[in-house]
Design a protein around this ligand. Structure first.
Ligand SMILES: Nc1ncnc2c1ncn2[C@@H]1O[C@H](COP(=O)(O)OP(=O)(O)OP(=O)(O)O)[C@@H](O)[C@H]1O
Ligand SMILES: [Mg+2]
Length: 241
């Protein structure tokens, strides 16, 4: 594994952040999170992002996924600046190209695991039967076959996390942005989930950006970068996988 970005003719850049600045203003202070941050994600790669708690990994995923506009800089998806398009573009971009696995799952509490996993497909007006088939398939793949009709309040953290992954994948997005998708899982469930990601990557050439604290997970990814001081770069010595 290398943390260089070997762009070959077969592996074009899918999404790129260029000179991105992102800060949060609170009543007391301004927190600078991303500072002139650059990152290229190649089409068809499984990229890991590591970094200390609070460094801005979730913020980075939100910026890449069209959920949080940076103060300056651009995010280019297939060469197009996603934050400089007409009204409605971002919503369509997210629904069409992006899958998201949020760090804290964001499942809808009144709906079952299956309904939650189907949700992005229904928003996209997909055929309900196909959406159900695909959500069921993914829930089985992440070991949730026997919990499909449970609501989030009846699920463990790890189970909710697996539902969130199924939901992120239901539309077969070009790019899945997953924020610590194995954070609540034991080794077995974590390995199973990474195997699914690798399988989808190989079969459908889907691209993944995975934030993780786990070296066990990072070792199985194509490339790992570290977020430090607002910038993404090669991993430091003690994080070499
Ligand atoms: N809405 C917000 N308002 C103010 N500050 C915020 C907001 N969201 C995040 N922050 C701050 O921005 C910094 C980066 O947060 P972020 O959640 O991106 O970090 P992270 O690397 O994902 O951390 P963790 O590994 O703990 O999940 C943190 O200092 C956090 O406190
Ligand atoms: Mg985070």
């Amino acid at each position: 594994m290398s943390d260089l970005s070997p762009e070959t003719p077969e592996q074009k850049c899918l999404i790129e952040a260029v000179g991105v600045d992102k800060s949060y203003s609170t009543k007391r202070e301004v927190i600078h999170v991303l500072a002139q941050m650059n990152l290229k994600v190649l089409s068809g790669e499984v990229l890991g992002i590591v970094g200390a708690s609070g460094v801005g990994k979730s913020t980075l995923l939100h910026v890449l996924g069209g959920l949080d506009k940076p103060l300056t800089g651009s995010v280019l998806f297939q060469g197009k600046n996603i934050y400089k398009q007409s009204n409605g573009y971002l919503e369509n971009f997210r629904n069409t190209h992006i899958g998201f696995v949020f760090q804290f799952f964001n499942l809808l509490p009144d709906f079952t695991a299956l309904e939650n996993a189907m949700f992005p497909a229904l928003i996209r007006n997909q055929d309900k039967r196909l959406a159900k088939e695909r959500a069921e398939y993914l829930l089985c793949e992440v070991g949730m076959k026997d919990r499909m009709h449970h609501k989030p309040g009846e699920l463990s953290g790890g189970e909710s996390q697996r539902v969130a992954l199924a939901r992120g994948l239901v539309n077969q997005p070009d790019l899945l942005l997953a924020d610590e998708p194995t954070g609540n899982l034991d080794y077995h469930a974590s390995d199973q989930l990474i195997e699914l990601i690798r399988k989808l990557n190989e079969e459908f050439n889907q691209t993944f950006v995975i934030v993780t604290h786990s070296q066990r997970v990072a070792r199985k990814l194509d490339r790992v970068m570290e977020l430090v001081d607002g910038k993404v770069g090669p991993t430091s010595q003690n994080l070499v996988i």
